[in-house]
Write a new protein. Structure first.
Length: 239
């Protein structure tokens, strides 16, 4: 039987965004790509909290599994791995960080996220999807990737995404920087060559994790799983 793989998407995405990676993996894994609370089919699930999402993953995953997450999903995946260390066999983080270490900076980010959540509630999903695509870390994506990401964003509702920002945003979640040394499983940190900020973060994380390796994907930006799904599949498989 193929080993289990749980895939956690980023903010504004849904589990559908992993289809290219799942296709590239073939039959090597049995993949589970849930919609995180506040997104897609889980837009109306409440409460939208880290504890609830960890419980969701624990409920759908088998006793042992590989865990991968992108951006927000990667940040959540760190906390899942810390909460379920006996079950997470391997951890793959794509364009991800363990949060904001400085409490004051985290509070500033929480305020920014709250303002964005308010704007979301006054927008249509089409309006917000087009705005989010101009975020600097995403703005240089190839046209085909932008189109796929836009279609995926339309599966969510503004109210759900607003709840996700308030409950799972970078300002809301606690920093895990000081706990990275507890990650005893093999960890792969996948980043795009063009994503310089997260390349730096990945190297800093690798220095704190006992068994970590940074994988820099040439030519890719922040959303490596969309731009280079074959490379992400290889990192998940440990190749």
């Amino acid at each position: 039987m193929a080993p289990a793989l749980v895939l956690l998407h980023g903010f504004t995405n849904t589990g559908h965004c992993w289809e290219p990676v799942i296709g590239a993996l073939g039959e090597r894994y049995k993949a589970l790509a849930p919609d995180i609370r506040g997104h897609g089919r889980a837009s109306d699930r409440v409460p939208v909290t880290l504890e609830a999402v960890i419980a969701d993953v624990a409920a759908i995953a088998p006793p042992a599994f590989t865990l991968a997450g992108y951006s927000m999903g990667g940040r959540i995946a760190v906390h899942v791995a810390l909460a379920l260390p006996a079950r997470v066999q391997r951890l793959v983080l794509i364009g991800a960080s363990p949060g904001i270490a400085d409490r004051a900076q985290r509070e500033v980010r929480r305020g920014d996220d709250e303002r964005l959540a308010g704007e979301l509630e006054r927008s249509t999903i089409e309006q917000f999807a087009r705005r989010w695509a101009t975020t600097p870390v995403l703005a240089d994506q190839p046209a085909s990737v932008k189109a796929a990401a836009h279609a995926d964003r339309l599966r969510s509702a503004p109210q759900g995404l607003a709840r996700a920002l308030r409950g799972l945003g970078t300002g809301a979640l606690p920093s895990a920087w000081e706990r990275l040394g507890e990650l005893a499983m093999p960890v792969r940190l996948v980043v795009g060559e063009r994503d310089q900020r997260f390349c730096t973060i990945a190297r800093e994380m690798a220095a704190a994790i006992p068994d970590a390796r940074v994988v820099v994907v040439p030519g890719a930006g922040h959303a490596v799983h969309l731009e280079a799904p074959d490379r992400v599949a290889a990192a998940i498989a440990g190749e």
